[in-house]
Design a protein around this ligand. Structure first.
Ligand code: KG4
Ligand code: ZN
Length: 345
């Protein structure tokens, strides 16, 4: 079975082809991505209307590129998958509309995918794919969640952020430090030259006894330091970046370890954009290594939004029999869509 996947939930247009054989983990045949970062940079964040228009421009050329690279003809595609949500409504509608139009033209069924399930399953495309069950730490621009994953479509929420997401904490702190959008990678880069112990910043909910997160207070603490430093900010910027990163990472690592302990599982998957963070990877690897826990990541290029994870999630849902592709071509998008809504057990 060949699945064409389209991702257009936010500021990256992604298209990919995966192929399945029986119950084996799907294989990525080709993927192509266009990031809108440069376009939104002038505005300091994503402008939804510009995002939608750019997705329209990019999606078909990217699909053609993927078909050419994979050596696959359009008529060989068996299912067209798209991101149904969560995300920006207008941006989602582009992917959904194009997927359904393609499906209708080809006479092939379509399938709407949950963006976070895509992130969650993306490590299955890595050299070292996980096995079920595992703990998943999902850390993106809009979500911070710890889940127990029993199988495809079987996700149990263990804890999540009560305010800002981890990626949001990176992005907002970066903005306060005068770094350009998207702040996460920029702050992380600057942090490499700084001292992570230079500033005492709060570790919210570290000892709360549950698996929830809160990052809104950290942003306020960073703002307080920025105001205190005044003109000295420039020379202490790297230290403040390193201290901010250390605070976010420490909370993510400690809560992940607590989730592993509670569930008695010995595997964890880290997915979502913040999963690209070097400090998070180093600290989690070190802590899990000591405990005999295996840590799985998506390939670095598949950490942030991409079409491969959408094609993969669709293929795995079809393989597991938890969803059927439909050929009525009536589509809706779900800008707000909790992952629990697609959980079968
Ligand atoms: O998963 P993603 O691409 O999009 C969402 O679904 O939200 O995640 C984007 C988030 C942004 O907040 C970005 O700043 C953050 O991931 N991010 C990072 C790094 N790379 C991306 N945060 C920290 N360190 C990084 N290296
Ligand atoms: Zn994402």
């Amino acid at each position: 079975m060949i699945v064409l996947g389209i991702e257009s939930s936010c500021d990256e247009t992604g298209v990919a082809l995966v192929a399945t054989a029986g119950a084996q983990v799907p294989v990525l045949r080709a993927h192509a991505l266009h990031s809108q970062i440069e376009m939104h940079q002038a505005y300091g964040g994503v402008v939804p209307e510009l995002a939608s228009r750019d997705h329209i421009r990019r999606v078909l050329p990217l699909a053609q590129q993927v078909l050419a690279e994979s050596g696959c003809a359009l008529r060989e595609v068996d299912v067209v998958a798209y991101t149904r949500g969560p995300g920006l409504a207008g941006a989602l509608l582009v992917g959904a509309g194009v997927a359904c139009a393609l499906g209708a033209a080809l006479g092939k069924p379509v399938l709407g995918v949950h963006h976070l399930e895509g992130h969650l399953l993306s490590p299955f495309l890595s050299q070292d794919p996980p096995r079920f069950p595992f703990i998943a730490l999902l850390v993106s621009g809009g979500h911070t969640q710890l889940m127990q994953v029993e199988g495809v479509g079987r996700y149990r929420m263990l804890g999540e952020t009560i305010d800002d997401a981890a990626g949001e904490a990176f992005d907002k702190s970066a903005k306060l430090l005068g770094l350009s959008y998207p702040g996460g990678p920029a702050l992380s880069q600057l942090a490499q030259q700084g001292d992570p112990t230079a500033f005492k910043l709060p570790r919210p909910l570290l000892h709360s006894g549950d698996l929830d997160f809160s990052f809104a207070g950290l942003k306020t603490a960073v703002l307080t330091q920025v105001n205190k430093l005044g003109p000295q900010l420039e020379e202490r910027k790297a230290d403040l970046a390193a201290s901010t990163e250390a605070a976010i990472v420490e909370v993510l690592v400690k809560k992940s370890l607590a989730a592993l302990e509670r569930s008695a599982l010995d595997r964890i998957v880290v997915a979502g954009g913040v999963g690209a963070n070097r400090r998070l990877r180093a600290q989690l690897d070190a802590a899990c290594g000591k405990r005999g826990v295996r840590v799985h990541y998506p390939e670095l290029s598949l950490c942030t939004d991409n079409g491969a994870m959408i094609a993969l999630a669709a293929a795995m849902r079809l393989q597991a029999g938890v969803q059927e592709a439909r050929a009525d071509y009536a589509f809706d998008v779900k800008p707000r869509w909790p992952l629990e809504a697609i959980t079968s057990a």
